[in-house]
Design a protein around this ligand. Structure first.
Ligand SMILES: NC(=O)CC[C@H](N)C(=O)O
Length: 492
């Protein structure tokens, strides 16, 4: 079987490609189509561990969930993880092959394209439909040579494209017409329809614009999608600092402060906290004062030594010391765990210049980065109270030292993870996704000082939001003009 592939491209970054792709995946799955997500090339520090033990962009893992299938490395064959000074770590079909600067990656692109086409072919053999997602805009004329992320891929597999633009930021007609204008004739031909995203207000007032757009471009407008308030789909590749946390500062909620370090990784660790009704989550930007908090969390990082220098530069070391003196709790996750130790070593320069530096020194342990990356899905129990926990590990660091003799949790295979300080104030773990499960989240919030934490069923909430998104698409997206591009059941 060869699947029909349809690609979603955006007139700008953040036009809503990922969300539309997630919704389309679930919509097709609801209608009985065997569908898989695909993104040829993703640039993100927010990744997920697949069932086959590899690493892909988080948005494709969420889209797989929307399709009702297990995430697989073929769904995002090229993942670029920028780590500041050394360019990006290049992950091909789930495995890190090393770091490259922009120029050497450009030269490497023909090889990357082979992986893209091979992974796509494998998916196309197994599914009826592949919903592919572009990256950025297809009209970056300087990047079109050797492109694998947008039209370069669409042309290679000869698939139709939906072009989506965000009306909220204004200029939607210019974005759509201008993007089409900058495409080659054959690329223009493969645009099968346009989508206007994040519309607020009365669609009647937009009608004359839609008529004009259809006439001018000869392309159908497949839908004007309303702005959905408070929807949480977890498809963001980069950290959004502007998202408010659900609980407000009311003196009763638990305040959690997280430094928004430049190379923060797996920021979705914090989504359940942002959505928790009793947690006020503060992501603290460069230069902002460190706020008083019940819990400070040092997050994962793709460039641990550089992010540690950033923390020191902005006064976090002193602020955390004071926080601890006043009895506050401190949690380090993955890169954050590594920072809490006495020393950090990167002898091969995997994340920056080769060398070592002092860690914060609050837990007696030290970490060495090694080329072999550890990727695993894990289940275990928290040392705090034996609560079950599940999550995933993505790291190159290997940590050793006496702090690990009092672990933060124990995996089901008996292997211990992380550390809990003797006074119980500092906890450190390699596990991402610690807060996803309602009971583990409650146990950690209780430890952090919340007397009666409510259970927030994050996976159920995410599921409900995906369904809400699809209910909206069922109403506002017309697939009829795409009937030749999709399997017959797709039309409902
Ligand atoms: N996800 C992370 O925080 C990774 C930490 C560190 N960069 C490592 O690879 O070990």
């Amino acid at each position: 079987m060869t699947a029909k592939t349809i690609m979603i491209q955006g007139a700008t970054s953040d036009a809503g490609k990922s969300t539309l792709a997630t919704g389309l995946c679930r919509l097709l799955a609801r209608r009985g189509v065997r569908v898989a997500p695909f993104k040829p090339q993703n640039m993100a520090l927010n990744s997920a561990v697949t069932a086959d033990g590899g690493e892909i962009g988080r948005s494709q893992a969420v889209q797989a969930l929307a399709c009702g299938v297990e995430p697989h490395t073929d769904m995002n064959p090229v993942l670029l993880k920028p780590n500041g000074s050394t360019g990006s770590q290049i992950v091909i079909q789930g495995r890190a092959i090393g770091n490259m600067e922009a120029k050497s990656y450009h030269d490497f692109k023909p090889k990357a394209m082979q992986a893209v086409l091979e992974s796509h072919r494998r998916l196309a053999e197994q599914y009826q439909c592949v919903v592919a997602e572009g990256a950025g805009s297809p009209a970056e004329i300087n990047l079109r040579d050797g492109d694998i992320a947008n039209m370069g891929f669409a042309e290679a597999v000869d698939c139709p494209v939906i072009l989506v633009a965000d009306i909220e930021r204004g200029g939607v007609f210019a974005h759509l017409v201008g993007t089409l204008e900058l495409l080659s004739a054959s690329e223009q031909d493969r645009v099968a329809g346009l989508v206007i995203n994040r519309f607020r207000g009365d669609v009647k007032l937009l009608q004359s614009g839609i008529d004009w757009l259809q006439q001018r471009t000869g392309k159908p407008v497949l839908g004007v999608l309303p702005y959905l308030h408070g929807l949480h789909i977890e498809a963001e590749d980069s950290l959004r600092l502007d998202l408010p946390s659900r609980a407000k500062a009311d003196g009763r909620s638990l305040r959690v402060a997280v430094p928004a370090m430049p190379c923060i990784s797996n920021h979705t660790d914090f989504d359940p906290l942002r959505l928790h009704p009793q947690v006020e989550l503060l992501l603290v930007k460069a230069g902002e004062p460190v706020p008083p908090a019940d819990l400070i969390i040092l997050p994962g990082s793709k460039s641990v030594m550089a992010d540690l220098a950033w923390l020191r530069h902005y006064g976090w070391e002193e602020a955390i010391r004071r926080h601890l003196r006043y009895g506050g709790k401190l949690l380090g996750i993955c890169g954050g765990l590594q920072m809490l130790g006495e020393k950090l070593h990167d002898p091969d320069g995997l994340e920056g210049e080769a060398g070592s530096c002092d860690g914060l020194g609050w837990l007696p342990m030290e970490t060495t980065l090694a080329a072999q990356k550890r990727l695993a899905r894990r289940r275990g129990r928290l040392a705090l109270d034996g609560t079950a926990v599940a999550g995933y590990e993505i790291h190159m660091g290997v940590t050793r030292g006496p702090a690990l003799q009092r672990p933060a949790l124990t995996f089901d295979d008996g292997v211990a993870d992380g550390a809990l300080s003797d006074d119980g104030q500092i906890m450190a773990s390699y596990l991402h996704g610690l807060f996803d499960h309602p009971e583990a989240c409650r146990a950690i919030l209780r430890w952090a000082g919340l007397a009666e934490p409510e259970a927030l069923d994050y996976p159920a909430l995410r599921e409900a939001h995906i369904n809400q998104l699809v209910d909206m698409l069922e109403k506002h997206l017309d697939l009829e003009p795409l009937k030749d591009c999709l399997p017959p059941q797709a039309l409902g």
